[in-house]
Design a protein around this ligand. Structure first.
Ligand SMILES: [Zn+2]
Length: 223
């Protein structure tokens, strides 16, 4: 805890001191983030760090396994509220669902027995309960590590699908005023991969990579 206190002092003396105008403006004008960023609670995934985003740029929802509960499952909660607020009130133009390698939630989704003693975790991860059979069916031939990566990727795509189950998300996608992307952050390399609906692959994001179209409504459903 002492380290965190020292960190606050460091932040105030350095980053804040150098960006006083930004914070003053954010305090008076309010927030206008462009992106809703849905990712895992994992401490190794730091959205603002990996995207170099400033305060006010990312509206972040974090939960175990970067899950978006589907409307069809009738789950009402903090995730749905944050998505509704970001899309309807803040009018974000992008939604990114970012999974990551070495994700404990993915391990648990693939091996639910391992978290049977954690009732809240088990119930939450049941949102992605179709992942194990999907991995077995489509990626059964791959080695365990490749299967785990496929599970991370498929879990991201499942959440994009679930996002479309929200009427206000589907409407904004159809209007063309909202884009969705699925990302995977590789902890060991620092690389970020973005789902490309044309090749149906996660492709490494590089600078000036703006030609590829964002994920459209149809692409997600087509999978
Ligand atoms: Zn995780």
């Amino acid at each position: 805890m002492q380290k965190l206190h020292a960190g606050i002092h460091h932040f105030q003396a350095n980053y804040f001191a150098s960006n006083r105008d930004l914070f003053a403006q954010l305090a008076t004008a309010g927030q206008q983030p462009e992106t809703l960023f849905v990712t895992c609670c994992d401490s190794r995934v730091v959205p603002n760090l990996i995207t170099n985003a400033a305060p006010g740029e990312l509206f972040i929802v974090r939960n175990v396994g970067n899950i978006v509960p589907s409307m069809s499952r009738g789950v009402i909660g903090g995730v749905s509220a944050a998505i509704e607020y970001a899309v309807e009130a803040l009018q974000v133009g992008n939604i990114i669902v970012c999974g990551h390698t070495n994700c404990g939630a993915i391990e648990a989704i693939l091996n639910p027995a391992g978290v049977a003693h954690l009732p809240f975790v088990s119930r939450w991860l049941a949102e992605s309960e179709r992942i194990p059979s999907l991995i077995q069916e489509r990626y059964g031939d791959l080695d365990p590590e490749a299967r785990r990566l496929a599970a991370v990727e498929e879990n991201v795509l499942l959440q994009l699908e679930n996002l479309r189950s929200f009427e206000f998300v589907a409407r904004r996608l159809a209007e063309g005023t909202l884009k969705m992307n699925g990302w995977v952050f590789k902890i060991a390399s620092g690389e970020v991969f973005d789902y490309d609906p044309v090749s149906e692959q996660f492709l490494k994001l590089v600078a000036n990579d703006e030609e590829r179209p964002p994920l459209s409504a149809r692409d997600v459903v087509a999978r």
